[in-house]
Ligand binder design. Structure first.
Ligand SMILES: [Fe+2]
Length: 292
């Protein structure tokens, strides 16, 4: 579906249809001048893939050790990005904003093309996102990305959506005997969500999403045969997508920031289009694809 065909629709409708929505100019304020130069000069710790801030707790990691003042300035700039993005989200997507939990903010400051990673960890292979350090508990990953590189584009590829992939993969991604989780698990999932607690391994939902994430990276159909769309994101542009629903891969680019919002299925305009609904149909042994 082209952007022109859907751009008259509400933003949440477009996102739920699996569209990647681009803003040629980021719709909220970005770091500029000395602040931007400071950000672009930061380095990784040598182990991490990105600098990560958890805005809810203020914890930050992945950066090269520096003076306290420099670390405080870095954290302050990333926290400011989060505040600006989230204030915009409240205006643009109030239905999601009212229900979402803040996920991690990631500052990706290394050139993506040619990064030599363990294939399980690389974002260069098509995949649907799963949580790595915060349990989804059945919520979807709405992510806002910004290319803060003043000169260089960022390139992506997107491909098929989670329901179609589940249809195709079927029993190949099902653990022996796997079906819908037992009632205690469902209750724990709901309770964990209500309290905002839980580790990835604690819920069958998160375990399955992690399995799908890795399965997709080794699936010849998704990597080689599935239809693909190429994206070129200009300097200063922003884009939004449900990244656990729309498969994607990064091709090139340096200096992007993204903020994840964990968005409950109940806040979707149509709950049947949420990742959780697709997973529940999979568990129930039904076809995962719904007509849009
Ligand atoms: Fe991803």
């Amino acid at each position: 579906m082209t952007q022109t065909a859907t751009s008259a629709l509400p933003l949440d409708e477009r996102l739920e249809r699996g569209e990647l929505v681009v803003f040629e100019r980021c719709p909220f304020a970005l770091p500029a001048g000395e602040d931007l130069r400071f950000l672009l000069a930061r380095e990784l710790d040598g182990v991490s893939k990105s600098i990560t801030l958890f805005p809810a707790s203020g914890l930050m990691g992945g950066h090269r050790p520096e003076s306290r003042a420099e670390v405080a300035r870095l954290k302050g700039l990333l926290a400011e990005f989060n505040r600006e993005a989230t204030a915009w989200l409240a205006r643009a997507l109030p239905r999601y904003h009212a229900a979402m939990r803040l996920g991690p903010l990631r500052f990706r400051n290394v050139e993506e093309r040619g990064r030599n990673y363990d294939p399980r960890l690389t974002g260069a292979l098509l995949h649907v996102d799963a949580n790595s350090d915060q349990a989804a508990l059945g919520d979807s990953f709405l992510r806002v990305f910004v290319n803060i590189n003043p000169e260089q584009v960022r390139e992506w590829v997107t491909s098929e959506q989670l329901p179609a992939l589940l249809d195709r993969w079927g029993d190949r991604v099902r653990e022996p005997g796997e079906g819908a989780p037992a009632m205690p698990t469902r209750l724990r999932l709901r309770l964990g969500r209500a309290l905002g607690i839980g580790l990835p391994a604690e819920t069958s939902y998160d375990r399955l999403m992690m399995r799908l994430h890795f399965f997709g990276k080794t699936d010849p159909y998704l990597q080689e045969q599935a239809p693909k769309t190429r994206w070129v994101f200009q300097p200063g542009s922003a884009w939004l997508v449900f990244s656990d629903i729309v498969s994607h891969a990064v091709v090139s680019g340096r200096y992007a920031i993204d903020q994840t919002y964990l968005t409950p299925a109940e806040s979707f305009r149509d709950i049947e289009r949420s990742a959780r609904a697709a997973i529940e149909r999979f568990w129930a042994g039904k076809t995962a694809t719904l007509p849009i």
